[in-house]
Design a protein around this ligand. Sequence first.
Ligand SMILES: NC(=O)c1ccc[n+]([C@@H]2O[C@H](COP(=O)([O-])OP(=O)(O)OC[C@H]3O[C@@H](n4cnc5c(N)ncnc54)[C@H](OP(=O)(O)O)[C@@H]3O)[C@@H](O)[C@H]2O)c1
Length: 411
Amino acid sequence: MARSSKRTYDVVVYGATGFTGRLVAEYLAEAYGFDRLKWALAGRNADKLERERASLAKRWPAAAGLPLIIADSFDPESLQVMARSTRVVCTTVGPYAKYGALLVATCAAEGTDYCDLTGETQFIRRMLDDHHATAQRSGARIVHCCGFDSIPSDLGALVFQEHAIAAHGQPADAITLYTWRTKGGASGGTIASMMNVADEARRDPATRKVLFDPYALNPEGQRQGPDGRDLMGPEYDPVIGSWVGPWVMAAINTRVVRRTNALLGYKYGESFKYREVMRFGDGLRGRASATAFSLGLGGFMAGVAAPPVRRLMQRWLPGPGEGPSREAQSAGMFELRLIGTVRGADIRVKVRGEKDPGYGATAIMLGESAVCLAKDRRETLKTKGILTPAAAMGMVLVERLRRAGMTFEVM
Ligand SMILES: NC(=O)c1ccc[n+]([C@@H]2O[C@H](COP(=O)([O-])OP(=O)(O)OC[C@H]3O[C@@H](n4cnc5c(N)ncnc54)[C@H](OP(=O)(O)O)[C@@H]3O)[C@@H](O)[C@H]2O)c1
């Protein structure tokens, strides 16, 4: 097996022809250029990749020299060549449950670090069951969920508990993350991933069980704890004096935070409780908005799961390669707040990012995760296997993201 230190590239951006992969490539070009970081573009279609490189070179002429790697996600040999060429594969080829398994297997076998944007719990669970032990043996760090799901939650909870331990001598035994404000859109790949999860859940009761298990991503033998199901309907929250409702990403983020706690040897405590909800405001208006949103979300999920309704919905939803416009991405933002108490003291942590959370901000989070895995090996290389962002990169990644403009702040 090729040693990770002898590899040609630091990072390969796989899926560089897709909506999000293109944004990641642009972020790396802007933030790291072409000398400080050795990187390449990868995908299955040589013509499309060449067009992508030419388009990058219009803004950054040196991009004309970016190497291209052709690899199809169903072709094991091409994936092996790619995985052996680089320290880190940074992939936006999704839905991951459809296209991602062989790449995870290859990186795990080759000792190649890996990061992605999946939020597909059932896929991550399969990767854990099938490849965690191999990755531990090879030394690979496989890090799923390096985008809006689940970096703000996972690193927000870490920042919260680091502060609680430093200031009060112990972690908080419960944290709620409130989606305070968000402004953003969805791409074709994200819609396709949601539809694929719905299809798998409809076909397979075992998948449904995994999706509803709050501890589905914990290590085997540690899949129990005090948390129950995610919030499904409106509820008044006295802590923030506001109505709250379901937060669509709680289904993946909460599982990731719980896995982090387990991987960190229960740094947050064995009875730690974690939940995520969306804030809607107070009074009758807040209640009506929380109720309408809960019903709308339920209707959307039911529509996605029912093929005839879905066909209708697809007419208005973005297709592969499509997503929010450049203007919409720049106008986007997110602000999340994590709130809990330790020894009677109230702790509040704000996590904020500019740009559309799922795209502009996600490209920064994924790009920085890839660079962190490639460049901060000594500071981060303690855990191996299938990890979470906080367990793999922790405060080193927090500092990188702060330098890239994100806020993680104890208020
Ligand atoms: N967690 C988050 O916050 C977040 C945010 C954004 C996106 N995502 C996820 O990221 C993924 C990508 O989304 P997107 O909107 O960027 O999708 P997209 O525009 O449809 O791009 C998909 C990419 O996958 C490539 N691809 C498809 N089949 C392939 C194969 N067999 N072999 C190699 N490459 C293949 C496509 O290549 P071609 O160009 O050749 O077709 C394209 O580059 C989705 O799973 C989405 O859910 C997550």
